[in-house]
Design a protein around this ligand. Structure first.
Ligand code: NI
Length: 180
């Protein structure tokens, strides 16, 4: 199965608000299957459809991987209906923000409703890593990245670093052209 390409910051697709899934048909099942393979291959614990260029409110996550088992969870049109407590998501990372990690202030627990892969209604009360993963992935559906939830100073540090890398790439490309 072909892996999906993961979009990275500053791709503007990552800042959009994703559209709800209207119909869970075969094409959606195929997207889910591909997303699951892509997530495991990239060693991620979660992935939102917008990260692979698909405009759908659809996320997958698997926080059991640390124990060596695979239990992917699919959430279609997920919504956080309530949250409680405060927690720091330590050393959070994102497949769309390579080489960067930071502590993120989040809710300790969340109550999420949505649909599962079969279109059945789903209700999950999440704590710990699953709570952090759900908050992170649902943020993606609203165009929010975890760098939007850290201090300005840290965010600007990362933005500058990426801008520098992109400029370097461009310069290199330009140089190459001159030699051809
Ligand atoms: Ni992410």
């Amino acid at each position: 199965m072909n892996l999906l390409k993961i979009l990275t910051y500053p791709d503007s697709f990552l800042t959009r608000t994703a559209k709800p899934v209207e119909k869970i048909d075969q094409s959606v099942q195929t997207i889910i299957d591909k997303m699951i393979v892509t997530m495991y291959e990239s060693q991620g614990v979660g992935l939102a459809a917008v990260q692979v260029g698909i405009d759908m409110r659809l996320i997958i996550c698997d926080v059991s991987q640390a124990k060596g088992e695979k239990k992917p969870q699919v959430f279609i049109n997920p919504e956080i209906v309530s949250c409680s407590g405060k927690a720091v998501s330590e050393n959070e990372g994102c497949l769309s923000l390579p080489d960067f990690r930071a502590d993120v202030k989040r809710a300790a627990s969340v109550f999420v409703v949505g649909l599962n892969q079969k279109g059945e209604s789903l209700e999950v009360e999440a704590n710990g890593l699953l709570s952090m993963a759900l908050q992170h992935e649902i943020d993606h559906l609203n165009g929010v990245l975890f760098i939007d939830r850290i201090s300005c100073l840290k965010r600007n540090f990362y933005k500058k670093k990426i801008a520098k890398q992109l400029k370097h790439k461009k310069d290199k490309k330009h140089k190459k052209k001159n030699w051809l």
